[in-house]
Design a protein around this ligand. Structure first.
Ligand code: MG
Length: 392
């Protein structure tokens, strides 16, 4: 199946009809606070709209994906990354007859809990919080939609449907799951204790996330000059499509940027087809017939073994040559220093934070929430204001 040039054969569940494996908004497990139904939108459409209108969503445009926001105007940000995840997820969901609105809601919310400065920021904040329960961006995304957004008169957070919140919490440690289960019995923490799966829409968003960042990090990495196409041709997944692109379009030899786009386009399409076919086969062979059966069946949305191996090799290449590039590491170190020093100052002088956070009952957690909510440039400005030093 790998490297097949042919698009997948669509099965009878596909082409716009809702599969029996799709989450049905009319059968949602509901919201934490009961609300009347909306007259013109179903539960998942309403979730998606609430996410798009949230403050945390607007901040994504100024948050690092790999490159810091101010390093260039064309690099991905958390916002454009989230839009690409939504696009890939919806395309695949449509073929399977899964719920596109739910996929879109999960994709747009999946990175709301990311700190400024990408993974560097999260690691630094997690270190600062080591004695106070730690910091984890998936759990933080859930905190954003459940607690930190302040928009509604009757409740904190966005009061999203169970199915959207379940998709947002894509990973969770056992300790965090136990804590969630204490405060919300039978809630979104339960599946990590029972070791069951989330909806197929949630599983799909998880894979769409990886497909998206592998592809766009190649594009941004080459654009930045930190990695080259010549290096990438040592990665089998990339090399195959690069050869195909050059063979089909010899004129691309003089147009390296278009050649790169064409390579990434071919790579994305084949990964999508691979997921579609592999998952259709898995669903058929396991024989699941309902959303609840699918939750008990083990992970169903996945690449073929071949594609999994090639995708991991690409991921490893990006890790070694881009995420660990000396130039990126230097920025990473400084970004972590910004987060650490902000944390120290706010814990000592809570009044330096905005009033809501300064008044929080659990000070370290309030400081973590405050810092996690910052955009890259706000964090840098705050750091300069509080320390008199400009690090980046
Ligand atoms: Mg992501």
């Amino acid at each position: 199946m790998l490297f097949s040039a042919d698009p997948p054969v669509l099965t009878e569940v596909s082409m716009g009809r809702l599969s029996r494996l799709a989450c049905d908004p009319a059968k949602t497990r509901g919201r934490r606070f009961a609300e009347p139904l909306a007259p013109t939108r179903n539960a998942f459409q309403r979730d998606r709209d609430r996410i798009v209108h949230s403050t945390a969503f607007r901040r994504l445009v100024y948050k690092t994906q790999v490159f810091l926001n101010h390093e260039g105007d064309l690099f991905r940000t958390r916002l454009t990354h989230s839009l690409e995840v939504a696009q890939l997820g919806r395309s695949i969901a449509r073929v399977w007859g899964l719920n596109e609105d739910l996929v879109e809601a999960i994709a747009l919310a999946h990175d709301l809990g990311h700190t400024p400065f990408g993974h560097a920021g999260q690691d630094a904040l997690n270190d600062c919080m080591a004695d106070h329960g730690g910091f984890e961006h998936n759990l933080q995304s859930l905190r954003v939609v459940d607690q930190l957004e302040e928009r509604y008169p009757e409740f904190d957070g966005l009061n999203l449907s169970f199915e959207t919140r379940e998709g947002v919490l894509k990973h969770c440690s056992r300790a965090n799951a136990e804590h969630l289960e204490l405060t919300q019995p039978g809630g979104v923490g339960r599946r990590f204790l029972e070791r069951t799966q989330p909806s197929l829409e949630a599983q799909l968003c998880n894979l769409a996330d990886a497909i998206a960042y592998n592809a766009h990090d190649i594009d941004d990495g080459v654009r930045s000059g930190l990695i080259t196409v010549a290096q990438l041709t040592e990665v089998p997944l990339f090399a195959h499509y690069h050869q195909q692109a050059m063979a089909e379009h010899p004129a691309l030899a003089d147009k390296p940027r278009r050649a790169l786009y064409e390579t990434i386009r071919l790579m994305l399409s084949d990964q999508v087809y691979d997921v579609i076919l592999t998952t259709q086969d898995a669903v058929k062979s396991v024989g699941v017939n309902s959303v609840d059966e699918a939750r008990l069946a083990g992970p169903l949305v996945s690449f073929s073994e071949d594609m999994k191996a090639r995708s991991s090799a690409l991921k490893k290449f990006l890790f070694d040559h881009l995420y660990r590039h000396p130039q990126v590491m230097e920025t990473t170190g400084l970004a972590q220093q910004v987060v650490r020093e902000l944390f120290e100052v706010y814990v000592r002088q809570p009044a330096e934070m905005s009033a809501d956070f300064a008044a929080g009952a659990d000070l370290p957690r309030s400081v973590a929430d405050y810092i996690a909510g910052m955009t890259d440039r706000f964090a840098l400005r705050e750091h300069e204001r509080l320390t008199g030093r400009r690090l980046l």
